[in-house]
Design a protein. Structure first.
Length: 217
């Protein structure tokens, strides 16, 4: 397949423009606003005890310096859909900001270890997502969704549902992973830029922060 360098350059330029025009951070670091969601950091996260609890681990820049996935899906939509999927299965969602890494495998592992059920979902700010169990190595998982440009809101909801099913001890059919290798050359430069942007917010050895979330009605 022939890749048009001018097309890639145009896409990267557009993404950078949109990033720079994204909603600004609030002065208070503990509170981050988007158009229809407020996330508030309320202190260090503790291990849960509810066996139906699924912890969603979000990246350091999620809805702070970054407000959209690489597919331009608002973070508020991503979080709303994942939480809705978890609740549809009768489970409870808890959100924790993982500040010490941008690796989605480790974000998920930390989230799973904090969950009362032992099931965690990790979401990078650019949209890459993983479901895992606390006893699995960070480089292994229950379900992996590596191509963020192909993850749609309905799939984020399905990811939430499946995570809840794992929490209930079920063995759900994995959410379909769309594979299209043609997106890699186009989105890879953008993915690097977004990853570097989130990495700038990482705090070495930083705490896992409990998040209270509020959506606009």
């Amino acid at each position: 397949m022939d890749i048009n360098p001018k097309l890639i350059e145009e896409i990267v330029s557009q993404v950078l423009l949109k990033i720079n025009n994204s909603p600004k951070e609030e002065k208070a670091d503990a509170v981050s606003h988007s158009q229809d969601m407020i996330l508030t950091e309320v202190g260090p996260a503790k291990k849960g005890t509810n066996p139906k609890e699924v912890v969603i681990g979000i990246g350091a820049a999620f809805s702070k310096k970054m407000h959209y996935t690489i597919k331009r899906i608002p973070h508020s939509v991503v979080l709303r859909e994942v939480i809705a999927g978890i609740e549809e299965e009768g489970c409870v969602a808890r959100v924790v900001r993982i500040t010490r890494t941008t690796d989605v495998g480790f974000i998920t592992n930390y989230a799973a270890k904090l969950a009362g059920s032992g099931i965690g979902i990790g979401i990078q700010s650019k949209g890459t997502t993983v479901i895992s169990h606390k006893d699995l190595d960070p480089l292994t998982n229950l379900e992996l969704f590596p191509l963020a440009p192909l993850i749609t809101p309905d799939r984020y909801r399905a990811i939430g549902r499946n995570a809840a099913k794992y929490a209930k001890g079920e063995s759900p059919i994995p959410v379909e992973v769309l594979l299209d290798q043609t997106v890699l050359p186009i989105y890879q430069p953008v993915a690097v830029l977004l990853h570097n942007r989130e990495t700038s917010d990482v705090v070495i050895g930083g705490p896992h922060l409990e998040i209270e979330y509020k959506f606009a009605k």
